[in-house]
Design a binder for this molecule. Structure first.
Ligand SMILES: [Zn+2]
Length: 263
């Protein structure tokens, strides 16, 4: 897979993985239904008494799926490169990484808070169909106008452990430090929406859970935009910018994903 800074391409990779996950869940459900059938009836009975048209259609679908996924499997084997992420990271090291990231988020929040401002009335109004009024009243934001956030001090050590795809903070539009949103350039409607989604995630999950989910999933996926808290922000952002798109509650979406263990 190629790593890209192109946001359209990033979004399509996020969508690809979301649809892949959907297909996986549907397949599991088909697998489960077939397993039940198998437990109750022998293959011989099904062949003899099952409706021919239904059996033929099921066999055709299963064969086509097998063929399709096998062709993908061949490419995985062909393209598989040596793992770029740390092999055998211990649970203790993961815990340390979680603590590091969590303290950094908290420290950055405290550092930027004194220079941060409340959202303008105009921005609050624009975001009110999507976000709770409490949250919009309480968040603060800072625009760095190109001064840009530095990468965290623990990056050097993380890179030494094999984390080669760490998100480059200086090239991101924004970072959300709990309830403080920092924009590397100017705040735009789209970047404000994205940063607010993360603020809702911090609010619903809490900083410890958010950080734990982020770090563990980053270790597994290798790309920060595939980490579910990030992927969800990209998906909701793409819904927000859709012309004449429907209004929706980000808090409901975040609570749903949390409840369904999708983070
Ligand atoms: Zn983000």
């Amino acid at each position: 897979m190629c790593v890209t800074d192109n946001s359209e391409e990033r979004l399509s990779i996020v969508q690809l993985n979301s649809e892949l996950r959907h297909a996986e869940l549907e397949l599991l459900s088909a697998h489960c239904a077939t397993y039940k059938l198998r437990l109750r009836f022998s293959a011989e009975h099904l062949a003899r008494y099952g409706r021919r048209d239904v059996l033929r259609k099921s066999i055709e679908t299963a064969s086509a799926l097998n063929e399709y996924y096998s062709s993908i499997e061949k490419q995985i084997v062909d393209e598989e490169a040596p793992p770029a992420t740390p092999a055998g990271l211990t649970e203790k090291q993961i815990q340390q990484a979680i603590e590091c990231v969590s303290s950094w988020l908290q420290a950055q929040r405290d550092y930027h808070l004194p220079s941060a401002a409340p959202l303008s009335q105009e921005h609050r109004q624009l975001m009110s169909p999507y976000f709770p009024a409490d949250l919009l009243d309480n968040v603060r934001f800072v625009e760095l106008h190109g001064a840009r956030l530095p990468n965290p001090p623990f990056y050097a050590e993380a890179k030494a452990h094999g984390f080669v795809n760490l998100p480059d903070i200086a090239h991101m539009n924004s970072m959300t430090f709990l309830d403080v949103l920092v924009f590397n350039e100017k705040l735009t409607e789209r970047s404000l929406f994205h940063a607010l989604v993360h603020a809702v995630q911090f609010w619903v999950l809490g900083v410890d859970r958010y950080t734990e989910l982020f770090v563990r999933n980053f270790v597994n996926t290798r790309f920060h935009f595939l980490v579910p808290v990030e992927a969800h922000a990209f998906l909701l952002e793409s819904k927000f910018v859709r012309p004449a798109g429907e209004k929706f509650s980000v808090e409901d979406q975040v609570r749903l994903w949390a409840k369904q263990n999708r983070y």
